[in-house]
Design a protein around this ligand. Structure first.
Ligand code: ADP
Ligand code: MG
Length: 245
C-alpha cells in the first residue's frame, strides 16, 4: 500500500506497566477515510494502544506517525490540535455542566473557561453536534440524568467538538441494543463519508464486522490478525484467541 495514504502508522509500539507488557511490538496502519475495527479480548491492550496514540502517555518503545509526522510522546492537547480525538471507555464528562455545555466546552482547549465567556458560534456548533449524536432531548440535563446509550453518544459528541480528522472510539457499543448499535454505526458511516477516518474498538468482534472496512486483532498486546472482516470472521487464530486459547 501507498504509505502516503496512511493517516496513522504504529511501528513496533510497546507499552509496559512494570512487569506487564500491555502492548507488545505492535505495528499497523490506518488508511485515509476508512473505519478500522480494532478488536481483541478484554485486557488485550486496546485501550492502552489508544492511550499511546492520543497522548495520554508515551509508548515505552516504538514510533507513532500521524500523516508521516513522528508524533510519539506528544501531549494530548497538541495531538487534538493536529486532528486526533478519542472517546473514553469510562465516561469523563463534567458532571456539573449540562450535556450541551459539555459538548460546547469540548471545543475549547482550555476547559477552565466559563460558559459565559464563550462565543455564540460555539453554542450553535454545540447544538449541531447535539443533534448529530441524537442528544437534543437531553441537552439541558446533566450527564447523571442521561441514560447509558446517551452517555456513549455524549462521549462521541465531545470528541467531535474538536473537529477531528482521526477519531478513535473506545467500545462505543458496550451495553447497547442492536437498534442503538445501528444508530451509532450509521453515525460513524456518515462521518466517514464526510472525510473522517475512524478506529473503533470492540472486544466483541461480531457487532463490529458489519461496520468496518478492515480489522486489526490483538491478543496479549500482540497483533494476531489483520484483514477484511470476512477473513477475520473465519480466521482460526482469531477464533482460538476468543475461546481463551
Ligand atoms: P483492553 O482495552 O484491550 O481491554 P487494556 O489496554 O485496558 O486492555 O489493558 C491491557 C493490560 O494493561 C491489562 O493487563 C491491564 O491491566 C494493563 N493496564 C492498562 N492500563 C494500565 C495502567 N495504567 N497501569 C497498569 N496496568 C495497566
Ligand atoms: Mg479497553
Amino acid at each position: 500500500p501507498d504509505e502516503s495514504t496512511d493517516v496513522l502508522r504504529l511501528e513496533n509500539v510497546t507499552k509496559r506497566f512494570g512487569n506487564v507488557t500491555a502492548v507488545d511490538d505492535l505495528s499497523f496502519a490506518v488508511h485515509e477515510q476508512e473505519i478500522l475495527g480494532f478488536i481483541g479480548p478484554n485486557g488485550a491492550g486496546k485501550s492502552t494502544t489508544f492511550n499511546c496514540v492520543s497522548g495520554s502517555f508515551p509508548p515505552t518503545e516504538g514510533t507513532i506517525y500521524y500523516r508521516d509526522e513522528d508524533v510519539t510522546g506528544m501531549p494530548q492537547y497538541e495531538l487534538v490540535k493536529k486532528g486526533i480525538s478519542r472517546t473514553y471507555q469510562t465516561f469523563r464528562p463534567l458532571n456539573d455542566r449540562t450535556v450541551l455545555e459539555n459538548i460546547e466546552l469540548s471545543q475549547v482547549p482550555d476547559k477552565l473557561f466559563s460558559v459565559s465567556d464563550l462565543r455564540a458560534d460555539t453554542t450553535e456548533r454545540a447544538w449541531e453536534l447535539c443533534e448529530r449524536v441524537g442528544l437534543e432531548e437531553y441537552a439541558h440535563l446533566t450527564p447523571e440524568e442521561v441514560p447509558h446509550a446517551g452517555m456513549l453518544r455524549l462521549e462521541i459528541g465531545r470528541a467531535l467538538g474538536t473537529d477531528p480528522d482521526l477519531l478513535l472510539v473506545d467500545e462505543p457499543f458496550a451495553g447497547l441494543t442492536s437498534e442503538e448499535i445501528e444508530e451509532s454505526a450509521s453515525l460513524f458511516r456518515s462521518l466517514r463519508e464526510e472525510g473522517t477516518t475512524l478506529v473503533v474498538i470492540d472486544h466483541n468482534m461480531h457487532g463490529l464486522l458489519d461496520l468496518v472496512d478492515r480489522v486489526v486483532v490483538i491478543s496479549f498486546g500482540e497483533k494476531i490478525a489483520e484483514g477484511a472482516p470476512q477473513e477475520i470472521r473465519d480466521d482460526p487464530v482469531v477464533q482460538k484467541a476468543y475461546l481463551g486459547g
